[in-house]
Design a protein around this ligand. Structure first.
Ligand code: AQP
Length: 340
């Protein structure tokens, strides 16, 4: 089984990224051939500073390695180093429906937040994401719940490509991938506005816990987390703040909701919040320590990403060559040469 996922180097990684995606990446290294990339090209679709993009890329690489990605057990690279991603994006745009792109929630949200330019790249972002995954014929894509619509679109793109260009193939050229979502922790909400997901661009500063936040900052964020006027620690639609804290603690402990609810049945909100903060601090402590060791050595980070890109290129190049051939792009590889 082949696994693929990508993560943006925009902003600093938060607890939602960590629980919803990064922990899954680490676990999936032992479940198949895992391929992970930092999607710097996706990050250019909204306003950004080029020098800062490189800094954030190293930050993100060091966070992922500190969390447990092991270049000996996975392929770990930078998207922009493997040109097949952009070529395949263009080729697949011919089997992507404009109307489908127009329906993407993330495009609508992010386009609405732009003050100057809504880039065409923001609109075609989901095709690049489809190309990322389809170039590797990945079977499974571990992601957070917010990516469901993009995963559905990439499945449609693969199916439409196969039906249009290889209707009779015994093995379809593109694998139709499946999204995999954590049962607990696939959507971590903002601590101040628990109806919205914790997010780099759309969340509140006070409601967002960063992977690299100081312990006292993490504790303060949880202490001030919005709850409700009741006193019961149980999950309920009318209790989004408490439900989110229960979900965070269950995900961090690796337990279910019921055991968190029963452990804190007699606790007050204040004590519960501190318990969640303590568990998150403990979970992130080794990641932060390892990050501090890894981040300064950009040469070593580059070497890991470059080696990963070579391995990624070796997988993606023949897939993209087959797509070109099936689409009639470039010379016919079966045509006789001038000497024959
Ligand atoms: N709140 C979340 N809960 C669970 N999973 C989440 N993910 C993101 N937010 C949550 C998952 O993290 C992975 C990486 O996402 P990304 O590459 O989009 O990184 P990001 O830009 O840092 O994510 P944000 O904060 O969600 O970005 P914006 O603000 O740009 O929308 C993905 O698998 C995602 O599902």
């Amino acid at each position: 089984m082949r696994i693929f996922s990508g993560i943006q180097p925009t902003g600093r990684k938060h607890l939602g990224n960590y629980i919803g995606a990064i922990e899954q990446y680490v676990a999936y290294q032992d479940r198949g051939e895992a391929i992970y990339c930092i999607v710097d090209l996706h990050a250019t679709t909204v306003p950004y500073e080029p020098a800062l993009l490189r800094e954030r890329l190293y930050d993100t690489a060091a966070v992922l390695l500190a969390a447990g990605l092991d270049p000996a057990r996975c392929i770990f690279f930078r998207q922009g180093d493997v040109p097949e991603h952009t070529e395949l994006t263009w080729l697949l745009s011919s089997v992507t429906a404009f109307g489908d792109l127009n329906r993407m929630h993330q495009f609508k949200e992010k386009a609405g937040a732009q003050r100057d330019l809504v880039s065409a790249g923001l609109f075609t972002y989901p095709i690049l994401m489809a190309a990322d995954v389809l170039a590797y014929r990945a079977d499974q894509v571990p992601v957070g719940d917010d990516q469901r619509q993009h995963i559905e679109l990439m499945r449609d793109i693969a199916q439409r490509f196969n039906a249009r260009f290889a209707p009779d193939a015994a093995t379809p050229p593109l694998v139709v991938p499946q999204g995999v979502y954590r049962e607990i922790g696939a959507r971590i909400m903002d601590l101040q506005e628990p109806e919205r997901k914790m997010s780099t661009t759309g969340g509140t500063e006070q409601g967002t816990v960063l992977v690299l936040d100081e312990p006292k900052t993490i504790e303060r964020r949880f202490r001030r987390a919005v709850t409700d006027s009741g006193s019961e620690i149980r999950r309920a639609p009318e209790k989004p703040g408490i439900s989110n804290l229960i979900e965070i603690l269950a995900a961090v402990r690796g337990s279910d909701f019921a055991s968190v609810e029963s452990d804190f049945a007699d606790a007050r909100y204040g004590d519960f919040k501190l318990a969640v903060a303590a568990a998150v601090i403990e979970r992130l402590r080794p990641v932060q320590e390892r990050y501090a060791e890894l981040r300064p050595d950009e040469t070593a980070l580059e070497a890991i990403l470059t080696a990963g890109a070579e391995k990624a290129h070796a997988i993606a190049a023949p897939v993209v060559a087959e797509v070109r051939e099936l689409m009639g792009v470039g010379p016919n590889p079966r045509r006789s040469g001038p000497d024959s």
